[in-house]
Design a protein around this ligand. Structure first.
Ligand code: SF4
Ligand code: FES
Length: 231
């Protein structure tokens, strides 16, 4: 199939038909911040962190397909401030205490906050009341940290394809629930995958949280996005 030509941040790029702008940018060494998106999963388009300008109009890069001649801007001051505001909203909506979190240093939300230079959120803290649930002998669910990205809903299934995590309720009351029986039946690899696929510290595999000391974790060593930008 013919390649598609587009411009991303002034750079002429090529893409394959069917690719998203996020994928095309990544292939060209341009990092577009993303949070709910996870490679290989159907994008939910829920967080909007990946918003870019396409021919001057905002669009989610993880869901917007490439097209011939598009002009994409990924990092204007306006877009960067919008992303910072979205990250700040997530911080005030849940209860995130990075210094005591098992995922600190491996958390994508924290890594984005560092990338955007977030200090104090511009929004008031909500101090939401949420529970911590032991959902299976292997897994703990820390609802205070869930950002409702739904990666776990898409990715974690039983061998016969049943979802272990599911969205419950709607809008302001939306919550990610777990089927305790299905969760209890997950093998070790899938349970560990659930912790890894969660961008924050909401799904925890018990007793491994601090196995890698802070200072030697993924985003302690290299900022988020640097694996793409340095290509
Ligand atoms: S538990 Fe984690 S992966 Fe699942 S929706 Fe919440 S933040 Fe996303
Ligand atoms: S990463 Fe694109 S909407 Fe969340």
């Amino acid at each position: 199939m013919a390649e598609i030509k587009l411009t991303i941040d002034g750079k002429p790029c090529t893409a394959r038909p069917g690719q998203t702008i996020l994928e095309a940018a990544k292939a060209s060494g341009i990092y577009i911040p993303a949070l709910c998106h996870y490679e290989g999963l159907k994008p939910s388009g829920s967080c909007r962190i990946c918003t870019v300008k396409v021919n001057g109009r905002p669009a989610a890069a993880c869901t917007q397909p490439v097209a011939e001649g598009l002009v994409v801007e990924t990092a204007t001051p306006e877009l960067e401030d919008m992303r910072r505001a979205l990250v700040e909203m997530l911080f005030v909506e849940g209860n995130h205490f990075c210094p005591s979190c098992e995922k600190s240093g491996n958390c994508e939300l924290q890594a984005l906050a560092y990338r955007f230079g977030m200090l104090v959120p511009r929004f008031p803290y909500q101090w939401s009341v949420r529970e911590i649930e032991s959902v299976s002998p292997r897994l703990l669910m820390e609802h205070n940290r869930c950002i409702q990205c739904r990666r776990c809903v898409e990715a974690i299934r039983t061998p016969d394809g049943r979802r272990v995590f599911a969205a419950q309720e709607r809008s302001g009351r939306l919550r990610i629930g777990v089927d305790p029986e299905l969760a209890a039946g997950l093998d070790e690899d899938t349970a560990r995958k659930a912790m890894a696929i969660c961008p924050v510290g909401a799904i925890l595999y018990k007793e491994v949280g601090f196995a890698v000391p802070i200072g030697r974790r993924k985003y302690d060593r290299s900022p988020i996005g640097s694996d793409i930008e340095t290509k």
